[in-house]
Design a protein around this ligand. Structure first.
Ligand code: MCN
Length: 787
């Protein structure tokens, strides 16, 4: 990773300031929060994928030692957990939106659905008592797979009459059909994007508290966006006005999307706290996390790519089935549609694209955004079909990409599927990656591996991402029930130190470092004088949170705008004291100077003047130095790049080893190269996990058979080589920092590079396809079948 920059400003590889407390065990996570008089909640969950609840007898549990209360869905008469995005089907009808009660009413719809909550003095008492609750179920047939759900009579929600949530389309189908009819070649592919369990390091937790004296509720929760939780839970579920509801998301140990959503447990502990007159803590154990955190991915795609005789792409047609699980999680409907299908041009000039997406309810855990959210699915599809087309037409796989790249001088580039890319240079990242990966030496390495009886393969992915998730007007027109701006407040204290309040939330991304770098750079202050505060609705004015790699491009830009307001006001104060015009004040390296003179004031002196305003332009300004900004961007940002994976397969065992992984990513201007490298590493690790190891498998009864780390293979350090990661940027044209997101690029770009490499390795042995995860058993079986 290049790091020519020293200091603490933009481009410096500053060590993460938050890591001291994390590495010394001083982090303050939700489970570390213990309120006076606190009680504990245990959630009794459904053991069945689909069943009627015919009766619940909780009398024994209520009488058990230490138990304070037992509540069921019939007791908890509150609003439905809301969905934040509305999709309309191609016929104009709104998506089917079933009720989602925090505690099940009359029916359970997936293994893990909440049936009752037991609240007791201790967690063990609550858990023990839950075992004595007698629930009589009438087990119903379960719609486990999407094909079952579409063909079966088994309705996940009887009242909405169908398991088809929506049937949506984008693009010009007639233009695609016309192009297909004239094509020299059509490549077809069928893909499964495997369901994943997010498995953040810290399981979800929530503490609910009610202050009878003030009528104020507080929820401490493992959330990526506390203001959104306050809005959704307060307004839609519990009817608590916002000024009486505080949501605190303290240190959070990873989220990867799974902590965006408003979950039942948050509403349950907040609602029950005044009922028992004590704070209530709930903490998921790992097994519970497997069946209660929203899962990721789970799409089935059929795609057809039309090419002319020169290998130019003419049209792409895609049919997708997207699993929603049993209920609509907060942002589920936008994942296969606006986060996925709008990306189907990828880095290519494909002139006609059409996609049809059917979203389907099944008796499984709800599915929602997980690192990449929709973009890994479309990237996997594009980069797999492009490789397939290369093989079928005999065109080299690098050459076919080059022939179809959007040229660097074609930006802004309007795709046929709504998005307008602002900048990029896909040839540049491809060229750099091929050098770094030593593509030229691959043939020799393959031959050497063959001499040891091993199969070597190399796979490419020249991907594109859209992130930043904005602007509000656009997402609103696409169905978002929220605005997607960000806010920041910069509070300068009297002696010149600064507290920044940001509406984004850092749960591993290092905002306390990179956001302080932005301020340090702009105000010329040392990092230790700057504190970044986030995650508390009583401290931060407002925020839309962290997901979609938006925090820097949207939240960082809001922060810069607030800083610039500080500088503007400070210049006026300095001008007054220095008896000059504000236009003549220059601000550099933390000093305000009258241009062309040696008369100057340090930043701290101006701050003091603002708070001790003895010599102050009172007729023009208010005392104090505290500025706020809201920023609503003009477009998404469009990171992209090239990932190259080299694998070696042992044909005797089917084990795939990733020998080398090269990533050259365009994330615009880099604020902290070390953090960016770490973000790419983490994302690539998750992408390789999806490609080779991870799979949430259900049996025909709807039981999650990979429901623990015994069966669900989480990647470990020894599954990876050291990744070669670097950045090569074109600047984003619509934010002043020129930054694009980086948080998801690794998870988006890498899976097709891995699977393309696996297929490349197996090709000479007659294997023509491989699905994710390419487990040893699957690879070995494919080799046997091909012989
Ligand atoms: N950054 C930078 N220069 C850039 C772009 C980003 O220095 N050009 C820095 C940012 O300032 C920030 C970090 O890199 O410190 C990530 O920035 P950004 O791309 O804006 O992403 P977010 O901060 O919004 O994080 C969200 C993103 C997503 S969507 C998922 S999912 C994800 C991810 O980040 N979840 C994570 N990375 C994660 N990392 C950890 N450790 N844990 C998670 O749960």
């Amino acid at each position: 990773m290049p790091d020519g920059t020293t200091g603490t400003g933009i481009g410096a590889a500053v060590k993460r300031v938050e890591d001291f407390r994390f590495l010394t065990g001083k982090g303050n996570y939700t489970d570390d929060i213990n309120r006076p008089g606190q009680s504990f909640a245990y959630i009794l969950r459904s053991p069945h994928a689909h069943a009627k609840i015919t009766s619940i007898d909780s009398s024994a549990a209520k009488a058990a030692a230490g138990v304070l209360a037992v509540f069921t869905g019939e007791d908890m008469q509150v609003g439905s957990l809301p969905c934040g995005w509305q999709i309309h089907s191609k016929d104009g009808s709104p998506m089917l939106e079933p009720e989602h009660p925090p505690l099940a009413k009359g029916k359970v719809r997936y293994v893990g659905d909440q049936v009752a909550v037991v609240i007791a003095d201790t967690y063990s008492q609550a858990k023990d008592a839950a075992e004595s609750i007698v629930v009589n179920y009438e087990v119903l047939p379960a719609a486990v797979s999407m094909s079952d759900a579409l063909t079966d009579k088994s309705l996940v929600h009887d009242d909405i009459g169908s398991n088809l949530c929506f049937d949506w389309e984008i693009g010009d189908e007639a233009a695609v059909d016309e192009a297909m009819s004239k094509a020299a070649h059509i490549t077809k592919i069928d893909l499964v994007n495997n369901r994943l369990v997010p498995n953040a390091m810290e399981p979800r937790a929530a503490v609910g508290e009610f202050d009878a004296a003030t009528g104020e509720y507080t929820l401490y929760t493992t959330s990526q966006n506390p203001h959104v939780i306050r809005l959704l839970m307060g307004a839609f579920v519990l009817s608590i006005p916002e000024h009486k509801l505080r949501v605190v998301a303290p240190d959070v140990g990873g989220g990867f999307g799974s902590k965006i959503y408003h979950y039942a447990e948050e509403a349950i502990v907040t609602w029950a706290a005044p009922k028992i007159g004590r704070p209530i803590k709930w903490v998921a154990d790992r097994s519970e996390a497997f069946i209660s955190d929203a899962h990721g991915r789970d799409q089935i795609n059929h795609a057809e790519l039309a090419l002319d005789a020169n290998g130019k792409f003419l049209a792409l047609k895609v049919q997708t089935q997207a699993n929603m699980g049993a209920y609509l999680s907060t942002f589920a409907p936008c994942v296969p549609t606006y986060l996925s299908a709008t990306l189907l041009a990828g880095t290519y000039t494909t002139p006609a694209i059409h996609a049809n997406v059917k979203a389907i309810f099944t008796n499984t855990v709800p599915v929602d955004a997980y690192r990449g959210a929709g973009r890994p699915e479309s990237t996997y599809l594009i980069e797999r079909i492009v490789d397939q087309a290369a093989r079928e037409t005999g065109i080299d796989k690098v050459e076919i990409r080059r022939r179809n790249f959007i040229p660097a001088d074609a930006f802004p580039y309007q795709t046929p599927v709504a998005l307008q890319y602002d900048s990029g240079d896909y040839e540049a990242t491809l060229s750099s990656a091929t050098k770094l990966a030593d593509v030229a030496g691959f043939a020799a390495r393959k031959a050497e591996a063959a001499s040891r009886g091993k199969l070597r393969g190399m796979g490419y992915s020249t991907y594109l991402e859209a992130c930043g998730i904005a602007p509000s007007a656009v997402v609103g027109s696409l169905g978002a029930r929220a605005g997607l701006y960000e806010s920041a407040e910069v509070r300068v204290h009297p002696t010149g130190s600064v507290t920044v309040f940001t509406g984004t939330h850092s749960h591993g991304q290092g905002h306390e470092t990179t956001f302080a770098q932005l301020v340090s750079d702009r105000l010329g202050l040392p990092m230790e004088n700057i504190e970044i505060s986030h995650g508390d609705t009583n401290k931060v004015q407002f925020g839309m949170g962290t997901y979609g790699s938006r925090s820097l491009a949207v939240g960082g830009e809001a922060l810069i705008r607030a800083v610039d307001k500080i500088i503007d006001k400070a210049k006026k104060i300095a001008a007054h004291v220095l008896e000059a015009s504000a236009d003549d004040i220059e601000f550099k390296d933390g000093n305000f100077t009258v241009a062309g003179t040696d008369r100057s004031m340090a930043f701290g002196e101006v701050a003091l003047t603002a708070y001790v305003p003895h010599n102050f332009p009172h007729d023009e300004l208010e005392p104090g130095l505290d500025e706020k900004a809201f920023y609503d961007p003009a477009n998404f940002t469009y990171p992209g790049g090239c990932h190259i994976c080299e694998v070696e397969i042992d044909p005797e065992t089917g084990v795939t080893e990733v020998i080398k992984f090269t990533a050259v990513d365009d994330v615009g201007r880099v604020i902290n190269p070390m953090i960016v490298e770490g973000q790419v590493h983490g994302g690539v690790a998750q992408g390789i996990g999806q490609a080779l190891l991870e799979y949430a498998a259900y049996d025909e009864n709807g039981q999650l058979v990979t429901g623990s780390f015994m069966d669900y293979t989480m990647p470990r350090a020894d599954n990876f080589p050291k990744f070669d990661v670097t950045t090569e940027g074109t600047l984003c044209t619509h934010n002043t920092l020129g930054v694009k997101g980086v948080g998801e690029v690794g998870a988006i770009g890498s899976p097709p590079a891995v699977i393309n490499a696996v297929i490349d390795a197996l090709w000479d042995r007659g294997v023509r396809d491989m699905s994710m995860p390419a487990t040893p058993e699957k690879v070995w079986s494919a080799l046997q079948a091909a012989e």
